[in-house]
Design a protein around this ligand. Sequence first.
Ligand code: NAD
Length: 241
Amino acid sequence: MRLKGKTAFVTAAGQGIGRAIAEAYLREGATVTATDLKADLLEGLDGATCFALDVTDKDAVTEAIRNAAPDVLVNCAGFVHGGTILDATDADFDFAFTLNVRSQFHTMQAVLPGMIERGGGSIVNIASVAGSIVAAPNRCIYGASKAAVIGLTKSVALDFVTKGVRVNCICPGTVDSPSLHDRLRAMGDYDEARRAFEARQPMGRIGTAEEIAHLAVYLGSDESAFTTGQAHVIDGGWAVG
Ligand code: NAD
């Protein structure tokens, strides 16, 4: 029980990586608040407190996080915009940055005062290896937003390192999730797109959400007590080159 005695708050816990993290946190003994834009996706997360939460709604986010007073905050909500800079509109840019970056800005603003008062906490932001670590084709806005998540993570980590608050981000490579299948289908030939996405990883496969959850358990637990401000890459070797 690596998270026994800890309370955790997870955004976008309905499916994919967020769901796997919420399930792993429950298995490891945490008291979990699991939230998602779509409440129905949270069904089956037995033992968690579940409710709908749109992370772009600052007031709702602030209230929910202050009430939950978590020891561990996992910021998982995010959206992949596809296309080059010439395919992207201002609206696409604003949507991606609001959902992928500004939401984490607000959740961290909401959680930090309580964590400081209680003597510490761990924040785990989901970034991506695609962005400032490697460039992925047609991921201009997405990559820029996930690079911003890494910058935000490092900055908050440094500013609150003496308060017992640790802030890390996870940078996954290609991970099996419902939205990944949507993206593969949107590329036209699903099988060909899947082979190309598998080939990005020198390991020759796509990762699982559970593999990402293992790292999130480590970062949420006291096992990682000496780690802060880092971008933890978990990508099947993609960034090795
Ligand atoms: P996903 O994209 O399949 O699911 C995303 C979840 O986010 C859904 O449950 C959705 O309802 C929820 N969501 C969407 N908008 C929301 C909002 N405004 N408020 C709250 N919840 C909202 O899941 P995934 O692919 O595992 O992605 C999760 C995170 O991991 C994202 O931040 C994504 O960028 C990141 N990531 C994913 C991959 C990958 O290959 N799957 C790789 C690197 C990083």
